[in-house]
Design a protein. Structure first.
Length: 410
């Protein structure tokens, strides 16, 4: 009987396999919200896509969303990160909606594309940071609304606004003299003529503003005489003003010399030409005058006029009350528009990969295959066992048993 002892060298090799990777795209909904800067009405309506919408017309309004319940395991690879925005705006030209995402330590911001009817867009934040499962699990989002055409302030305090004094008289008031909820502004509408619109709110903003002083040439024909003079309007450069030259409203800061504005003088509505534009920085208060909603028409506006403090004092002393009536006839009409951004849904979408454990039979080789041995001699074999599982499975124990050796006979 030949005794043979088998010395086994167990060698386990791991092979990295790409097979066994599971790719996931998961959409998460917010379940919690915090107001950063007030202005978004019904903010919880952005939790789900159900045609219930949070909305704002307030420039600077910012709302935070969290509770997305993202729980991606630490071994996963993050491929893509998006924030979804389903919503629309009533005026895409003069406002911007910013979407922000938080990764646990920093915020990243993007401006969304504006649509005039409800549209779902996925804003790609993949390259904003090196995403890890821990970062993704910390995600919060924010929506921030900025309206460049109004909410940032409109009139400096040397602007006079035409208001209804009583049933027969009109007058001009400074923004700070207006009584919200009581005073009616006179607005001009190309189809309906002059309307009285309740001033709902006068919002005061303090800060540094770029003001635009617009000077127009005016003249009226009275019998055989032509009266000519210049008038000015001062407003913040982001304020919208209707110009027949563009047949739409544009920010006052974009007007050029030679452009036309609509003016009302001595009972006549006519186009007047801009003869001078001056821009300067102004530090102080500006006033955003909000009309009742049904009068926030895209093609109509308040009647307003601006003067220097010195001019106002001089004219006040000279004309008194009747001067105010007179100035009414020389106002420049322009548009104020209420713009609203509606957001139906603010989800987060993550594309990630998890490697799955896939078992495979090990491969075994014994070297050498044949050996000759004398009685008492020990033969040495090397057994290689290769673990063919993919890397995700980790190490496995292998047992070798039942070594049955056959004797070659000849
Ligand atoms: Ca909704």
């Amino acid at each position: 009987m030949i005794k043979r002892t088998l010395f086994i060298f167990l060698i386990a090799l791991f092979l990295l396999k790409t097979a066994g990777a599971a790719d996931y795209i998961v959409i998460y909904n917010a379940t919690s919200t915090t107001t950063i800067t007030s202005g978004w009405t019904n903010p919880t309506y952005a939790y789900a896509s159900d045609n219930l919408r949070t909305y704002t017309s307030t420039s600077g309004a910012e709302q935070e969303y969290s509770g997305y319940g993202i729980n991606i395991p630490s071994g996963a690879t993050i491929n893509k990160v998006w924030v979804g925005l389903e919503g629309y705006t009533t005026d895409a030209a003069y406002e911007e909606l910013y979407v922000k995402i938080y990764d646990g330590t920093a915020w990243y911001t993007k401006i969304v594309t504006d649509y005039s009817s409800e549209t779902l867009q996925w804003i790609d934040f993949t390259t904003s940071t090196t995403w890890t499962p821990a970062k993704v699990n910390s995600i919060k989002t924010r929506i921030y609304y900025y309206y460049s055409g109004g909410g940032g302030g409109c009139f400096p305090d040397n602007t006079l606004i035409l208001v209804v004094l009583n049933s027969t008289h009109f007058g001009l008031k400074f923004p700070y003299e207006i009584r919200p909820g009581k005073d009616y502004a006179v607005i001009f509408h190309p189809k309906y003529g002059f309307l009285h619109a309740l001033i709902e709110e006068v919002i005061e903003h303090t800060g540094t503003w770029e003001l635009v002083k617009i000077t127009v040439n005016k003249n009226v024909q009275i019998l055989n005489y032509t009266l000519s003079w210049k008038d000015t309007l001062i407003l913040t450069s982001n304020h919208l003003i209707f110009s027949p030259s563009y047949n739409t409203k544009i920010p006052a800061g974009e007007l050029k010399i030679g452009d036309k504005l609509i003016d009302y003088s001595l009972g006549m509505l006519k186009e007047v030409e801009i003869v001078d534009i001056e821009k300067y920085d102004f530090e102080g208060k500006v006033y955003d005058i909000k009309l009742e909603e049904e009068y926030q028409l895209p093609d109509s506006g308040l009647i307003a006029i601006s003067f220097s403090k010195e001019q106002i004092e001089l004219l006040n002393n000279f004309f008194g009350y009747s001067w105010r009536i007179f100035r009414y006839l020389n106002g420049i009409g322009y548009a104020i528009v209420k713009v609203t951004y509606y957001v139906d849904w603010l989800p987060v979408r993550i594309n990630y990969t998890i490697q799955e454990c896939i078992r495979a039979n090990p491969s075994i080789s014994i070297i050498p295959e044949n050996q000759e041995g004398n009685p008492g001699q020990t033969l040495t074999y090397t057994v290689n066992v290769t673990n063919n599982d993919n890397a995700v499975c980790g190490a496995s124990p292998f047992n070798l048993s039942g070594s049955e050796l056959s004797r070659n006979t000849w």
